[in-house]
Write a protein that binds this ligand. Sequence first.
Ligand code: GTP
Ligand code: MG
Length: 506
Amino acid sequence: MSEEGHPVQVVRLDKKSNGLELNLQALAEICLNEKCRERPLCIVSIAGDFRKGKSFMLNFFLRYLYHVSRKQQNLKAGEVDHEASDDNKENRPTESSLNHDGFDKDWLGSPNEELKGFSWRGGSKPETTGILVWSDPIVVTRPDGQEVAVLLMDTQGAFDSRQTIGQTAIIFALSTLTSSLQIYNVMNNIQEDNLQILDTFLAYGQLVLDKSSEKPFQELCFLVRDWRSPMDHPYGYEGGASLLKEKLKLDDEDPDSSDNKTRKRIESCFEKKACFLLPYPGERVSVEEGGPFRGQISEMKPNFVEHIRVFVPMVLSPKNLLVKKIGGEVVNGQSLLEYFRVYAETFKGEKIPEAKNLYDATAEASNLAAVANSKNFYLKSMKDICGANKPYLNPKVLEQKHNQLLRESLNMFENTKKLGEEDYSKSFSDNLMKDLTSSFDEFVEMNNSKNMFNMWGSPLIMLCFWFLAFTLSRIFEIIGIGPLANLFYLQATVCFISIIAYLSMK
Ligand SMILES: Nc1nc2c(ncn2[C@@H]2O[C@H](COP(=O)(O)OP(=O)(O)OP(=O)(O)O)[C@@H](O)[C@H]2O)c(=O)[nH]1
Ligand SMILES: [Mg+2]
């Protein structure tokens, strides 16, 4: 599976400034990939304490998503084959081998397969640093037919002794701001400090809620590893839901406490909240008892494997995936790049930015993303009309097309939901207009270079050619050299027709 992609470090923590540093080029290669650039994104991140099996779990996510994506492609190909011929019925999946989403229950693959993808390992030293994204966006089709690209994001473990609280909060904030599903990986139980770290950036979420009706974040799913009290709350989703309800319960005796405020913010800022309780995976997984462990499911406790089998489709099956939205607008690869670019500037310091600064940054990024998408639409449409491989176009027709596409691009920008006031977007819309006008100048220049008449220069030069050819044809006629007279007469006629054609095109 890992041969289809690899983890790419897109963010690292700068040791000197303690702030973060973005690898824009590496991120652009993923975001502007044709699978992702214009497709709605589902961005799945995992964050939480260090050394608690986050990267390990992401590799099951990869295995499941590739399984679904391949199955969907085969089904599509099968449908095409089926339309052509009806004799491959035996190869089609039967109802009983499929679960409720229509995919094989055996997505976990063979028992001895090694767990590959994001780097994971045993021991006490931290493994993942900064933020990593899987290089290959995985395209899946949702039940309504919409194709989405899923990006997987691994994050540096929190509360590692070498890290400041500010850095822990920065990684957590940035991965939550940019993901549609944040898996909050915790060991044994949900503790109060797990909730408090969320509060460091939920003030921003509250500000978004105050200024618009859109929820700032999509889904938060607590994943509790090595759950030890199945008698109180059973393993799995239902037990998780009852534990989460208990943990998010408000304290009626002290309604204005900061703990209550955090809980209210968690309730209101996420569209969806969930929790899943996983059993202990056994000594082979937790402490590599008996020698190096490569992640084979045959060496994990069966109860753990059965819960993984249920958990992963629960969060990632195409019908459960939520598309990433910011300010109510769907995020695609092109816009994600703008968000990261602006956030990287905002998170330069060692502390998490103030809610107001974070809001302003998101408003700026949402406008820049809208500009980028509108410009992309204009450039793509103009290239279809008069790109390098297209023939010369009448300049009047070219201008008409430009005016029409300029209007459509500006409308597209206006109709995109953005954070921030309307006056604020005005300057972005003005810049878009200027930008498109200068792109048009370049298209005009390219179009002119394809005009064979331009190779001749101005009509005045053409007129001189005509005069010269005509005069020579008359002279040769007078001195009696007929063939040369005819040749220059022909040339003069071609010049004349060209001048008429040139003037009629202007
Ligand atoms: N106890 C226990 N250990 C697990 C579980 N899942 C994986 N592990 C083990 O945890 C260890 C660390 O796994 P990683 O995936 O590298 O952990 P991580 O959270 O990504 O670690 P950092 O990147 O350093 O923050 C490995 O030895 C895994 O085998 C689990 O559910 N419970
Ligand atoms: Mg890791």
